[in-house]
Design a protein around this ligand. Structure first.
Ligand SMILES: Nc1ncnc2c1ncn2[C@@H]1O[C@H](COP(=O)(O)OP(=O)(O)OP(=O)(O)O)[C@@H](O)[C@H]1O
Ligand SMILES: [Mg+2]
Length: 432
């Protein structure tokens, strides 16, 4: 949707009168155009690609295929459409199901003209928002590479680092699935990169069944002199559309990335410079880490717009996660930049209840269920579950997490030109 275009809206409701009422409400807004009115979920799924709406108003109770199933199927066809669910029931369970299916908003019927138009404009903004036209991120890293000379608007991507102080908590699983979900949600001009910052034993390539011929070692010696072409020859494309920066082929080569002085914050300068360069080339950069706060992790944390801290519901991991969050706070990270993810939640077993973890730490940004079969199959076949098993609960939860991340940045960028640009954090290196 270009800035001058109208917002294209598709209405799905089995009652002709309701469709007409909605159309009338929308006709008062000159920026909105109704491009299709359909009476069933099946028709909506069939028509969505041709009608190319920006926003779909979907009734939840349709005859035949219900609105939740229709939303799920419709988003499989056109993932970057924004669905607003309409229902006479204001029940939280319906709302939860609608959100899990990928709906972005939920209005009770009949909506007021204000609520409806507000929601539509908000959704349209989300859809059209490419990180290209957002303000610089709120990361305190400061001095980005100049990037001038590559012409046009300066892309400043969001860096999302995934960290857990303990091994085996699911960092890599979450990193690969979140990266692919993000790419599915956003439009195809939005670029997503996945960086394996576990330089000695990284396994992102195995989780994605890709065979890197070039790695970060090909970039590191030229960190101060990077260009787009070189970067593109090193990145490995994945069929999902994301690009992967692979770790060194052998553990000993990690030193090549570490060479040179440490930066002011104690982070690896070479790695930092590579990230800063990539931030100008991509909209979202997901960084999978190993489980140590060292110079590489410090560089990633220092540039991050969001740090996802992963724990499973077991005491040693929760304690580790809490200590790490406290460390981030000491370093001046606002809580809004820290997202707790509780992985492998199993209500039937003896694990600590997620609510108890939240009370001890902070509200979780996501809870992902334990699903040994799906997670193991995905790891062993090298096909992330959001690709092959997109209807599984674990996939829906990861997709929801990806949506939360996108929304978070849109809201932040709209909120203000924010503070943290100028705020200095304490260098991690000085504390450790
Ligand atoms: N929600 C889940 N339910 C069941 N198994 C899971 C879940 N998440 C991850 N796993 C499994 O746990 C194992 C470890 O996951 P993963 O490699 O993603 O963790 P990690 O924190 O990156 O580990 P490492 O210490 O190797 O870096 C894998 O076999 C994965 O399939
Ligand atoms: Mg890992």
């Amino acid at each position: 949707m270009s800035k001058n275009d109208k917002i294209r809206v598709m209405i799905v409701d089995d009652i002709a009168e309701t469709r007409e009422q909605l159309r009338k409400l929308l006709s008062f807004d000159p920026d909105v155009e109704v491009v299709a009115m359909l009476q069933s979920g099946e028709e909506a799924v069939e028509t969505v690609a041709d009608a190319a709406p920006d926003v779909v108003l979907m009734d939840i109770n349709l005859i035949g295929m219900d609105g939740i199933t229709a939303t799920r199927q419709l988003l499989d066809v056109t993932p970057n459409v924004q669905v607003i669910m309409l229902s006479v029931q204001g029940e939280s369970d319906y709302m939860r199901q609608a959100m899990m299916a990928g709906a972005r908003d939920y209005l009770t019927k009949p909506p007021s003209a204000d609520d409806l138009l507000d929601a539509i404009h908000r959704m349209a903004k989300l859809k059209s928002r490419s990180v290209m036209d957002t303000i610089p991120p709120a990361s305190a890293g400061g001095q980005r590479g100049e990037g001038a000379g590559r012409g046009g608007a300066q892309r400043v991507g969001k860096i999302i680092t995934i960290f857990s102080p303990k091994g085996g908590t699911g960092c890599t699983t979450i990193a690969v699935n979140v990266a692919i979900s993000l790419q599915k949600i956003v439009d195809d001009t939005t670029k997503v990169a996945l960086i394996d910052a576990n330089l000695q034993f990284g396994d992102v390539a195995i989780f994605l069944k890709i065979k890197p011929t070039r790695t970060i070692v090909d970039l590191a010696p030229r960190a101060d002199d990077l260009d787009t072409e070189l970067l593109n020859t090193v990145l490995v494309p994945h069929p999902s559309g994301i690009k992967v920066l692979a770790p060194p082929a052998t553990p000993e080569e990690a030193e090549i990335v570490r060479e040179g002085d440490a930066g002011e914050s104690g982070g690896s300068l070479r790695f930092r410079t590579i990230l800063e360069f990539m931030r100008e080339e991509f909209d979202y950069l997901i960084v999978d880490t190993h489980h140590v706060v060292d110079d590489i992790t410090i560089a990633a944390l220092d540039l991050s717009d969001l740090v996802l801290v992963i724990t499973r519901p077991v005491i040693p991991e929760i304690r580790g996660a809490r200590v790490f969050v406290e460390l981030l706070q000491k370093l001046g990270y606002g809580m809004e930049k820290i997202g707790l993810v509780i992985n492998a939640v199993d209500n039937k077993r003896m694990g600590i209840q997620p609510e108890a973890i939240e009370r001890a730490m902070m509200p979780a940004i996501a809870q992902l269920p334990l699903d040994e079969v799906i997670a193991l199959r995905a790891a062993n076949y090298g096909v992330p579950f959001v690709v092959k098993e997109s209807h599984a609960d674990i996939s829906a939860r990861v997709t929801q997490l990806a949506r939360t991340i996108v929304d978070m940045f849109v809201e932040k960028d709209e909120g203000s030109t924010e503070t943290a640009k100028g705020r200095r954090r304490v260098g991690l290196g000085r504390l450790l």
